[in-house]
Design a protein around this ligand. Structure first.
Ligand SMILES: Nc1ncnc2c1ncn2[C@@H]1O[C@H](COP(=O)(O)OP(=O)(O)OP(=O)(O)O)[C@@H](O)[C@H]1O
Ligand SMILES: [Mg+2]
Length: 136
């Protein structure tokens, strides 16, 4: 898919509206391709409300919906996969949460299995992003 910013937001909102827990979604792609923008749109679609972010885990953002917690985890700043050990993925899975992971490959084997993996990339048109499903 080639999406302009408003289309990417709409795609994320629709994805979020259709998402039922538990679900783990990975988002990969170069800096600035729109991973966080997409996560925020998914959260809007889920009707998720921001929850206080624990300062110890600035890599983990916690949201709540009516029934399930939502976690947005950004693995970009992990220096090695082992640093993902303490992010709490096990608890998130046990809670049957919705987990949105930027750069899941950086968490290596600590990342839970992905139900869906999206890759974002730049288009020749700077206002457009390419969004593709990564096949498992
Ligand atoms: N079609 C588009 N879709 C999404 N974002 C776009 C699009 N066109 C331009 N942008 C801009 O690209 C930027 C995407 O930033 P965002 O923080 O979402 O990327 P990111 O992939 O999370 O980056 P990082 O790897 O640094 O976390 C925003 O400034 C947004 O306005
Ligand atoms: Mg980001």
């Amino acid at each position: 898919m080639r999406l302009r910013a408003d289309e990417l937001s709409r795609f994320g909102e629709e994805l979020g509206r259709g998402l039922s827990a538990p679900a783990v979604i990975g988002l990969s792609g170069e800096l600035g391709t729109g991973k966080t923008t997409l996560v925020q749109a998914i959260c809007r679609g889920l009707g998720a409300r921001a929850f206080a972010t624990s300062p110890t885990y600035a890599l983990v953002h916690h949201y709540e919906t009516a029934d399930r917690p939502v976690y947005h985890v950004d693995c970009y700043r992990l220096r090695s996969p082992d640093e993902a050990r303490d992010l709490g993925f096990d608890d998130m899975v046990r809670e049957r949460a919705i987990v949105l992971i930027e750069w899941p490959e950086r968490a290596g084997a600590w990342a839970p299995p992905l139900d869906r993996h999206l890759r974002l990339s730049y288009d020749i048109d700077p206002a457009v992003r390419v969004v593709e499903d990564v096949m498992p």
